[in-house]
Every structure is written in C-alpha cells, then in structure tokens.
Design a protein around this ligand. Structure first.
Ligand SMILES: NC(=O)c1ccc[n+]([C@@H]2O[C@H](COP(=O)([O-])OP(=O)(O)OC[C@H]3O[C@@H](n4cnc5c(N)ncnc54)[C@H](OP(=O)(O)O)[C@@H]3O)[C@@H](O)[C@H]2O)c1
Length: 335
C-alpha cells in the first residue's frame, strides 16, 4: 500500500461554468480503515453531471460537497485492507468513493462486484446508475409502445444512448438530439437511431425537428432542458409522456432562465410529465440489472465508454461533460 494518497478537493464553489480553479489536487497520508471500514484503492471513477449540483450550496436530493474536502462519486476499486466481515483484501467493490487513490469507507456502503462476470466498469454504466436511469425512466415512466416516436435529448451521452437502444428494442421510432457530427454518425450507424439532429449545427431546432417527426412526439426523454426542450415540448402528441431525467443545459445557470410557457399546451394534450431520481426505483433495481445484463449478453444493447487516464485529469473530464466531449459514459482510470 502506498504511504501517500492523492485527493482532489473542492477548492471553491464555482459560479456559472466551472473551471479548474474549483478543484485542488493534494497529497495526504493514506488513511487507516476504522472498525467496520475497508480501505479501497480506486480503479475507475464515474464522472457525472449531477456532481455540478453538489458543488453549489443549493439544497437538492444530494448533500453539497464541502469546500476543502474531497469530491465523492460513484467508483469501482479493490479492497486493500478490510476491518469489515463481508470483505477481504482483493475483493472488487463499487460504491461512493473519494476522488482519490484510496478511500477508507464503511463496508456496508459498498457492493461486491465480480470481475470475471463482466468488465468492472459496467458497474458504473450499464449495470449501474446510468443504465438503471435509462431503464426505469423509459420503461416505467415512458411506457413505450411499438410504433411510437421517442425523442431523446443528450442522446449520445451515457443515459441517452441506452434509452435509444431500449426504445428500438420495444419497436419505437427513435430520434436523437446531440451536439456533433461524430455523435450523429455513431447513433445512426452503430445504434440504428432513425434520425438524429445535431443541435449545434441546426439554425432552427423546431424546424429541424418538424422535418424528422412529422407525426409528432409520443415520448420525450429529456436529459437536457433549455431551448431543445422548448422545441420538443411543442411537438407532443395527445397522451404523450415526458420523462424528466436531467436538465444539464441549466446546471451552470447563474440566473433563472424563462423558456416557453408550455403548460396550457400540455394540459390540452393530456400529457404526462414526470421528474424522477433513479433511486426512486431502488426496490426494483434487481429487475433492472437483470434485464440490462441479459440484453447486454444477447448483444441487444451496446455501450461505449470515454476513458480519461489519471486522477489528476478528473476535473477536466468532469468539465468535458458540459463541453460535450464524451460519447457514452465518461470515466476516469485512476492509475
Ligand atoms: N434523474 C436521474 O436519476 C438521473 C441519473 C443520471 C443522470 N441524470 C441526468 O441525465 C442527463 C444525462 O446524464 P449522463 O450521465 O448520461 O451524462 P452525459 O449525457 O453522458 O454527458 C453530458 C452530455 O450532455 C450534453 N450537454 C452538455 N451541456 C449541454 C447543453 N448546454 N445543452 C445540451 N446538451 C448539453 C453533452 O452532449 P452534446 O454534445 O450532445 O451537447 C454532454 O456530452 C444529465 O442531465 C444528468 O444530470 C439523471
């Protein structure tokens, strides 16, 4: 075990679009696990948009990070030392770990994973939070029916590309909205999306959307919000469902944005609009993990990871989520 432990701290609370000054890399002695704790060496960190909310002081479903303390996020790693009955050195685990080489963490907060069964990174994607978000958002809220049209914003991201593939499996017509030609080509050619709009190249998203969804939208899976959603919400069909998953276009807002007032339109079309946090469905996680693993093994869903090497590059990988650097799941390989 290395004596020194690198950690990335929240240096200050960012205002607006964050930059590297929000983070600080330090070295401290590697902690000793207390009773019932284990010491975990991180192998991969998950870099997630919701962490932006935790960097601010505003109250939300997750506690704010503390200034001067390590950031924390989903991770997979290896137990180095265990003071917990359920874990032995050499076990692979997933849970919330510091952005650090090592974390001393309560054993009960961890779940064992089996590197022989699947690559360990799948615990952070298809068999983890983003895969389950796609699964429950689309199937439990969206309730897709064959022949329906599903529009997905943030379509080439971790959640979006899984939503699209499940919707295709259910016999839907799938339209993605994403921010580069590379993403458009990937979704169309590799994942068989029926149409994809590059919103960064489109002068008028409403017009572009009208061309690809002439029959309107039955399900809108929203990862983004902002002007993209303004355009999609006005094309919803009678009894459409809006799955409110993420609003990344607003995470760096310094003042509240006023978009189109859509509620009268939604009312007269009997639209269901439902926000959710994936953990709302925790009682059903086993079902979601079982189905996702089965579809993966059967080749019915594919996944793509964007892996940045080195703990020191985790802040830039995080900032890249807001620049649109990633196709699929953004991960950091720690060492
Ligand atoms: N409700 C839940 O429980 C839950 C769970 C997980 C994730 N989420 C949310 O779901 C969304 C997707 O998460 P993810 O992990 O799959 O992230 P992700 O989509 O892999 O990464 C973020 C992507 O968002 C797009 N983006 C960034 N800023 C944007 C903007 N201003 N306007 C439009 N698009 C923008 C970028 O792609 P482009 O190149 O296309 O712009 C970027 O690659 C996020 O909003 C996240 O907060 C919610």
């Amino acid at each position: 075990m290395e004596r020194m432990n690198r950690q990335i701290l929240l240096n200050k609370r960012p205002k607006g679009f964050p930059d590297e000054s929000a983070f600080k890399l330090i070295e401290k002695e590697t902690p000793e696990p207390a009773d019932d704790q284990v010491l975990v060496k991180a192998h991969y960190l998950s870099v997630d948009p919701y962490m932006r909310g935790r960097m601010s002081e505003a109250k939300s479903y997750a506690e704010p990070f503390e200034v001067g303390q390590p950031l924390k996020g989903g991770a997979v790693g290896e137990v180095i030392k265990s003071n917990h009955l359920d874990f032995l050195a050499g076990d692979f685990v997933t849970g919330l770990l510091d952005w650090a080489d090592h974390t001393a963490v309560e054993g009960q907060s961890l779940r064992k994973i089996h590197p022989d069964a699947a690559p360990i990174t799948t615990a952070l994607y298809i068999a983890g939070m983003p895969g389950l978000t796609a699964y429950f958002g689309l199937l439990y809220i969206g309730q897709p029916q064959a022949g329906e049209t599903v529009v997905i914003s943030g379509a080439a991201g971790a959640v979006g590309m899984v939503v699209g593939q499940i919707a295709k499996m259910k016999g839907c017509r799938v339209v993605g909205i994403a921010g580069s030609e590379e993403k458009v080509n990937y979704l169309k050619k590799e994942l068989n999306f029926d149409a994809v709009i590059n919103y960064k190249e489109s002068e008028n998203i409403s017009k572009a959307l009208k061309e690809v969804v002439p029959g309107g939208v039955d399900i809108y899976f929203d990862n983004v919000g902002g002007e993209i959603s303004d355009a999609v919400l006005l094309r919803l069909n009678f009894h459409a469902r809006v799955v409110l998953c993420g609003q990344i276009a607003h995470y760096n807002d310094e003042k509240k944005e006023m978009g189109v007032r859509v509620l009268p339109y939604l009312l007269t079309r009997s639209v269901l609009l439902k926000g959710f946090i994936v953990r709302d469905y925790r009682d059903y996680f086993d079902e979601g993990m079982r189905d996702l693993a089965k579809w993966l093994n059967e080749g019915k869903i594919q996944y793509r990871e964007n892996i940045v090497e080195g703990l020191e590059n985790a802040p830039d990988a995080f900032l890249g989520l807001f620049r649109g650097d990633n196709i699929g799941k953004q991960l950091v390989k720690v060492s």
